[in-house]
Design a protein around this ligand. Structure first.
Ligand SMILES: O=C(O)CCC(=O)C(=O)O
Ligand SMILES: [Fe+2]
Length: 514
């Protein structure tokens, strides 16, 4: 019932054509590329063709080169005047992140230091590695500043103990402990709009979550971005060069709704139909217990500790479903973007990393573009929690190598902005449906909506559901779009409503200008 009453926008902010990803087209390094893609999408609407081009362009970086060629390229790179005087370790690590093995980098260093010119091995000149990745981007990366972390030593388990303990004194002691850390985190958010907590989830919880989600592996779907000039003009496409992760949405355990376990949002995924995986059994669903614990800990920290301390979060009380994202270790990345550029309600982004044994050469850093000059890198190490303001911090995921990079993201909503965004989306959806309806069908839908809102009417749930069943199909579709329920289910949804839910719907219809 709950799932049925949430609109796609409420359930999944990124899949909806809400324009929030349009920023990617405007901000990313590959701007020319996206513009070209957009033209193709608009002129041909040929997704397969676009994807073919993207796949071809994706073959970049040193991974295409033979070991000999990599050595030559690395030597070439190290000799560049703008690279020669930079810190050696940072430069070497940069090369390793580009897929050059450590011993090859060391050999290149030796050749450069001893001023030995390596033989090109039959080739007329070395492949210009630095021209594969743009020079200025390399210099920028070498200059990245390691983000300062706030050490919090398994805060998640302390937060869970606060929830479970009955003893007031124990609660108080634990709350003080959490409070100290929360103060630091709130101060960081306040002055720089981002913060990073090291060790938010301890190793046991991380292991538990990884075990929980292991069975979901085949069910992830490639992320799509909205490539377009506005919220309505463009297309939803997979563009791995811009965003190369695979995602799976998990719902449940929302703040204020204590009951119900965590499960995949998508019914089809739940049934495992798409990947031919057998239906998740009850016991498999119960395996999401650690994931649920983790989500509740982040909720507890954000809603219980940060919201009271930060004025900009004052109307935050709910969040999105949970997004599990995997960046394959073949160079997958997410180019620079701001999460919420279209007033979609998201105020705070939290990302919890689940990568055990992560080392620097694997890349995958969350890069925070704090200003146009300074950027900070956070390595996605297991248990870390990154937090930033979703509507102002530009950030990216750097190319990921050698190992898949796994993270869990939750977005916290400012209730007012979110309510407006959901209403806008509903009006848009209703308008879209209404275009295909006859005048009579539109009028019937309007009359029904008016009666539903009219306080003098006091119609009961049964009455309203009965009346809805007799409406023409297109009128029902318009009302379903306004209510944000699947288009064949308006009468069913009304029949299942509690009096409170009905009142909620009345208020929303009344403020939607229909
Ligand atoms: O995984 C991360 O570090 C950030 C991912 C991200 O920016 C996003 O999904 O919007
Ligand atoms: Fe993001």
């Amino acid at each position: 019932m709950r799932a049925a009453l949430l609109s796609p926008l409420e359930r999944n902010p990124l899949r909806k054509r809400d324009g929030s990803m349009a920023c990617v087209a405007a901000n990313c390094d590959g701007q020319w590329h996206l513009r070209e893609l957009l033209e193709m999408v608009e002129s041909k609407s040929d997704k397969a063709h676009v994807l073919g081009i993207v796949a071809k362009r994706r073959e970049t970086t040193a991974t295409r080169l033979s070991e000999r060629e990599r050595l030559l390229a690395a030597v070439d790179f190290l000799k560049k005047p703008e690279i020669k005087d930079r810190p050696r370790q940072a430069v070497d690590e940069y090369l390793m992140r580009q897929g050059i093995a450590e011993d090859v980098v060391a050999e290149a260093r030796r050749l450069v230091d001893e001023d030995i010119v390596p033989l090109a091995g039959g080739q007329s000149h070395a492949p210009a590695f630095a021209s594969v990745e743009v020079d200025s981007a390399a210099a920028e990366e070498i200059d990245a500043i390691e983000a300062e972390l706030i050490a919090v030593d398994d805060l998640a388990s302390v937060l869970r103990k606060i929830e479970s303990t009955k003893k007031k004194a124990t609660k108080r002691v634990l709350r003080n402990k959490v409070g100290e850390r929360a103060k630091l985190c709130a101060a960081a958010l306040d002055c720089q709009s981002w913060a990073c907590l090291d060790g938010f989830a301890g190793p046991d919880l991380v292991d538990g979550v990884l075990r929980d989600v292991a069975c979901l592996e085949p069910l992830y779907a490639p992320s799509e971005i909205w490539v377009g000039t506005s919220a309505t003009l463009g297309a939803q496409v997979v563009v791995p060069e811009v965003r190369g992760d695979k995602v799976l949405w998990m719902c449940g355990a929302h703040p204020g709704r204590e009951r119900g376990g965590v499960e995949p949002c998508d019914d089809e995924v739940k049934r495992g139909v798409s990947a031919g995986v057998s239906r998740l059994s009850k016991s498999q669903e119960a395996r999401f217990q650690h994931l649920r614990d983790l989500m509740r800990s982040v909720d507890g920290f954000v809603l219980g500790e940060l919201v009271p301390r930060l004025g900009v979060l004052s109307d935050v009380s709910s969040r999105s479903d949970a997004m599990l994202a995997v960046y394959p270790g073949d160079g997958a990345r997410f180019q620079a973007h701001v999460d919420n550029t279209s007033l979609d309600g998201r105020k705070l982004t939290t990302v919890l990393y689940l990568n055990k044994g992560w080392t620097r050469e694997k890349g995958g850093q969350l890069r925070i573009h704090a200003t146009s000059k300074a950027h900070y890198d956070v390595e996605p190490r297991a248990g870390r929690l990154a937090l930033f303001y979703a509507d102002r911090i530009k950030h990216e995921v750097r190319p990921t190598w050698h190992q898949d990079r796994v993270a869990l993201t939750l977005w916290y909503y400012g209730d007012n902005e979110r309510r407006d965004a959901v209403d806008r989306a509903k009006v848009d959806a209703a308008t879209e449906v209404a275009v295909n309806a006859t005048d009579a069908e539109r009028r019937r839908a309007q009359a029904y909506a008016r009666d539903l809102c009219d306080p003098a009417h006091h119609a009961s749930v049964e009455d309203l559901a009965d009346r809805a069943e007799y409406l023409p199909r297109n009128s029902q579709k318009i009302l379903a779009a306004m209510a944000g329920v699947p288009d064949t289910h308006f009468a069913v949804a009304v029949r299942r409503m509690t009096p409170d839910a009905l009142n909620g719907l009345r208020t929303r219809f009344a403020t939607m200008g229909v």
